[in-house]
Design a protein around this ligand. Sequence first.
Ligand code: F6P
Length: 319
Amino acid sequence: MALAIMCSGGDAAGMNPAIKKFVDEVYKRGDLPFLIYDGLEGLIDNKIKRAHHHDVANILHRGGTVIRSSRSKRFFEYEYRKRAYENLQQHGIKGLIVLGGDGSFRAMERFSSEFEVNFVGIPSTIDNDINGTDYCLGFDTALNVVRDALDKIRDTASSFNRAFLVEVMGRDCGHLAIISAMASGAEVCVVPEVEFQSEELGKRLADEVKNGRNYALAIVAEGARKTTEVYNWLQDVVGLETRVTILGHIQRGGNPTVRDRLMAFDFVLLALDHLAEHTDANKVAVYQRGCFKLIEIEEVVSQKYQVPQRYLDAINHLD
Ligand code: F6P
């Protein structure tokens, strides 16, 4: 049986270990692995190649994805989805694994409602914001990149009388920001999900500054869109000279952590088991309360991801 794997949307550490496991395991099971390059764009343009062991040699430890990814506008159009389907047919591909985020899964849901496509999604995004799963590939590696940056920023922050504001990624979600703030002992964390208590917190920190606090660390999630507001607040209300660091795409790179490698293996094995037994899969492999399982794609795309309440509650009790 011919099976394919592809990446879609923002790349995430853990994709390469997943691709390697896919190719090795498909051969082990006596099936034929294919790689789809450049995400949905490549699916439209027929960048589909039979995979060999040497294509995935020496990639386990590398960040990003060797088969590349894309955010495809063309896939929104029926004509291109039809072309993509014909390409899969041409190669005789009977099952597809898609490493991506909820936007990619939404696109696949549409695709599979129009054509006979048998696919399993594997949640992959550093934002860790896919409904139905506690974990998405790439999250742990990104957290460690942010933690490393924050530890270093704290070194310089504590050597001066200064506040540091660090903006971390998360298009609409504050999960990466909250865990980073907790793990790095930040005093302030601003995310889209929780109202920024600027008055109360400002008063408290300003008092602490008067009583000898000489630095502070504030983490702001990109999705909160409050970087300038928090910068002005740290300077004017809290009363500390402030520097801003926007970590940006550095957070998407880095060698996958052990956790991301092992999660990738388990997600892929589950997806392959399912594809071997079903011809109308259209599921997403998820991790819930310590267990791996498959859930319906509708469940994933029908609701927005909620950061666990205990993390949101932690925001107002950081320092
Ligand atoms: O993949 C998720 C993410 O890194 C978000 O955190 C961020 O908002 C977005 O992708 C950036 O997208 P791009 O790489 O297309 O600029």
